[in-house]
Ligand binder design. Structure first.
Ligand SMILES: Cc1ncc(COP(=O)(O)O)c(/C=C/C(=O)C(=O)O)c1O
Length: 351
């Protein structure tokens, strides 16, 4: 029985000695082999399916650590700014820990599934007239001036939890992959993966470190252009971030791994989301498909992954944002038929 990321990797995590873990048994997520992308690349392509975490995204890895430490330090309330998944995860873990969750989200830009999670778990939700970056500034101010613990990924404890995903990749594959691709928004996740891969290599548990390739939405791509986006815009609302809190760490990860950042359009992201669901049976929310969209774009630009092992992290479940997923489908129901077999057979083209 998987015990959750703190118990499974405690001796590799920089956490207080003897920390009592607030856990929902997060982590231990599957690496699903993608026959589709393996066929397209001539390499071996694996999907790290982070939707399988308790609240449906990778955020649970960092939140188990941050909430456990907050409770350990006597906090009574926790605050975060979020595009949705961080707040959903914080609300769940805060509820489990008996801490009061306070959430700051950008006005009107949060997927319904994530909002539902934060509400039902009991978070106090404050919508800010501004974007995620404004929300993060306010969250930092509240944590500075009031007795609330900040659990955004500026909190290094979050990265300690999130780096366990790279441990699991190496534990499963037997070594680090040649390439690791993933979406990048506030950039905590790419920083955490790089931390983990370096740690495993230094411990001799991996013979290599992967090349890290991060993908951003064209309308929210500060790591690609080198300039903050004052008004980030993308249908992939999870990565609608204009001034990543972990900008420096993300740049170091790309530089040290000889990786890079690239931008993909909303159209490429939404197309990849559907292709992934129809080829590999994996339904992810739009932002989570950015790494797949990035690989497809690179292949069509002539980049080769032949003979190489590639892991792509798909970060959140498609059920988080069904509205955006369905936007491109106009005629959802093929046909409506009378309740008899012949009519159904005819409609199905069997007759
Ligand atoms: C599905 C999904 N995919 C990718 C990202 C980008 O990860 P980072 O580059 O570590 O920010 C997020 C991030 C969401 C939030 O930042 C939040 O919830 O506030 C996400 O939810």
């Amino acid at each position: 029985q998987w015990r959750g990321v703190i118990e499974e990797y405690r001796d590799l995590l920089e956490l207080p000695e003897g920390l009592a873990a607030v856990t929902l048994r997060e982590g231990g997520t599957p690496l699903v082999h993608s026959e589709w992308l393996t066929g397209l690349t001539g390499g071996e392509v694996w999907l790290k399916v982070e939707a399988n975490n308790p609240t449906g995204s990778f955020k649970d890895r960092g939140m188990t650590a941050a909430i456990s430490v907050a409770r350990h330090e006597g906090a009574e309330a926790v605050v975060c700014a979020s595009t949705g998944n961080t707040s959903a995860s914080m609300a769940a873990y805060a509820a489990k820990a008996g801490l009061k969750p306070l959430v700051l989200i950008p006005e009107g830009k949060i997927a319904a599934g994530k909002m539902a999670q934060a509400v039902v778990h009991g978070a106090q939700i404050i919508m800010v007239r501004g974007n995620f970056d404004h929300c993060l500034d306010i969250a930092r101010g509240l944590a500075r001036d009031y007795p609330v613990a900040l659990v955004n990924s500026v909190n290094p404890v979050r990265l300690q939890g999130q780096k366990t995903a790279s441990f699991e990749v190496v534990d499963f594959l037997g070594d680090a992959p040649d390439f690791h691709l993933l979406p990048v928004g506030n950039a905590g996740n790419i920083a955490a993966y790089w931390l983990g891969y370096q740690q495993y290599a230094e411990l001799g548990r991996a013979t290599r470190r992967p090349v890290m390739r991060g993908f951003q939405a064209e309308g929210a791509a500060p790591l690609v252009t080198g300039e903050p986006f004052p008004d980030p815009e993308t249908k992939a609302t999870a990565i609608r971030v204009g001034n990543p809190a972990s900008w420096h760490l993300a740049e170091m990860a790309a530089k040290e791994s000889e990786g890079r950042f690239a931008a993909v359009s909303d159209e490429q992201i939404l197309a990849a989301q559907v292709e992934l669901a129809r080829h590999d049976g994996v339904f992810v929310e739009p932002a989570s498909a950015a790494g797949v969209a990035g690989l497809l774009a690179e292949l069509s630009a002539g980049e080769s992954y032949a003979g190489r092992t590639v892991v792509i992290t798909v970060t959140g479940h498609g059920l988080k944002d069904t509205a955006t997923a369905l936007e491109t489908f106009t005629d959802i129901v093929d046909t409506v038929v009378d309740a008899d077999v012949a009519a159904a057979a005819a409609a199905a083209g069997l007759a």
